[in-house]
Design a protein around this ligand. Structure first.
Ligand SMILES: Cc1ncc(COP(=O)(O)O)c(C=O)c1O
Length: 421
């Protein structure tokens, strides 16, 4: 029998709050591309991608080279928001790779390095711009763990220890689709405003994920996203698109709302925006919304120069036709996998878009989903679960995984699904 990994000190000293390690109780030492390696020599295919922070895989060669060279040259590591040559390079790349191709006249805010801080900044900015307090969010949403971000996140359990005051300022509306079925959110939004007996007051902003991943992988339709954009414009409400998990290629395009052709007022990004998992979060806002006074939303760790270096390389990949072609091939392989999975003799539903799939074992049927997750790990594939209670196995491989490796992983997952029922 293989020796058990030595995890005693984690159990002794690390807080009970730890979570992902519980379903993957291995000890990892190295990582390369789509693979993680354990200290006892197992090779694990990473279909979790650091919860969306590793869309370009682990330790990308070009990024590693650039990091080592910066470190060896004595380059600045921590820069607060001082001007550095590294940040200047990144801003030029953002302009060339993201803003100019979309015709966006946006400004860029460097936030504290988490998605939650980008949510906080977006909410505060919307309040400052509009002079209103309320935020409209969607059931099932997830925008981070700080009090303001939790207030616009749809999980009761998580919000319980947040701020009651902030919680009270959010109006929740069901999303276009969920584990509880489809909903006509757009009609509901109209009713909120039009009914004389409604207590609803126009909010500062609507905050929305174009794909609700934590809710169980629900991708909004282009029509719905355009409807939300139209409603917000009609009522002078700002539209914040949270691209923290769904962005950076996860849904197929760079932004998950790209297919809808909408132009949000504010876009939040984190996770894979840095390219290789280094902490960094950015907020993009229409130029006229940049009404911040200096230092009004600050933070010590807004100047992670190493993240700037890798972010620049990652953004440049989007200019590369081969990279885009490979992504399209991988998305097509994922589409093939999902179609095959729907044919299995197993009571599961598949939802997928781009490089993201959810295998839904049914509301309340978390045991089967947990079994599937454990069996995947036995078969050498790391996956996570999402959905209201963890009923959905979520597949998020690095978007640039070699297609044959991707297919190997899909074959293993197809084999696991019926065994988990
Ligand atoms: C959609 C979305 N927004 C915000 C966050 C918060 O990001 P972070 O964990 O970096 O604070 C997450 C994290 O999973 C997320 O999925």
């Amino acid at each position: 029998m293989a020796a058990q990994p030595d995890t005693a000190v984690f159990e002794l000293l690390e807080s009970n709050v730890r979570s992902y390690c519980r379903s993957a109780p291995l000890v990892f030492t190295r990582a390369k591309g789509p693979h993680l390696f354990t200290e006892d020599g197992r090779r694990i295919l990473d279909f979790f991608s650091g919860a969306g922070a590793l869309n370009y895989g682990h330790n990308d060669e070009a990024m590693t080279e650039a990091l080592v060279s910066h470190l060896r040259s004595g380059g600045v590591l921590h820069g607060l928001d001082l001007y550095t040559a590294t940040k200047r390079d990144l801003l030029h790349t953002i302009q060339d790779c993201l803003l100019t191709p979309r015709g966006w006249d946006y400004k860029v805010q460097f936030c504290g390095p988490t998605g939650a801080d980008a949510s906080e900044a977006a909410i505060k900015l919307a309040r400052k711009v509009t002079g209103r307090r309320g935020i409209l969010a969607f059931n099932g949403s997830y925008h981070g763990m700080t009090a303001g971000a939790l207030a616009v996140s749809g999980a009761r359990r998580l919000r319980a220890y947040g701020s009651p005051g902030a919680n009270a300022e959010t109006t929740f509306v069901p999303y276009e689709n969920s584990m509880y079925g489809p909903f006509d959110s757009l009609a509901h939004l109209d009713r909120l405003v039009e009914e004389a007996g409604s207590a609803f007051e126009l909010p500062a902003a609507v905050i929305v994920e174009s794909v609700q991943i934590q809710a169980g992988v629900f991708a909004a339709s282009a029509e719905w996203l355009r409807g939300v954009r139209e409603w917000t414009e009609r009522h002078g409400v700002l539209l914040i698109c949270d691209e923290v998990q769904s962005g950076c290629g996860r849904a197929g395009d760079f932004f998950a709302f790209d297919h809808a052709g909408i132009v949000p007022d504010i876009v939040t990004t984190a996770k894979s925006i840095s390219g290789n998992g280094l902490p960094m979060a950015l907020l993009f806002m229409k130029r006229e919304l940049d009404v911040w006074e200096p230092g009004e939303h600050t933070g010590t760790f807004r100047g992670n120069q190493l993240a700037f270096i890798t972010a620049k390389i990652a953004l440049e990949y989007w200019q590369n036709e081969e990279f885009r072609q490979h992504l399209a091939e991988n998305a097509s392989a994922l589409d093939g996998f999902a179609r095959q999975a729907t044919q299995l003799d197993a009571p599961v539903k598949l939802r997928w878009t781009g490089m993201l799939a959810g295998i839904d074992f049914g509301l309340g049927n978390l045991d089967a989903a947990a079994r599937a997750q454990a069996l995947c790990l036995d078969a050498g594939v790391l996956v996570e679960r999402c959905g209201p209670n963890g009923e959905v196995v979520k597949l998020m491989p690095p978007i640039n995984t070699p297609t044959d490796v991707l297919t190997e992983g899909f074959t293993a997952v197809l084999d696991v699904i019926p065994k988990a029922i």
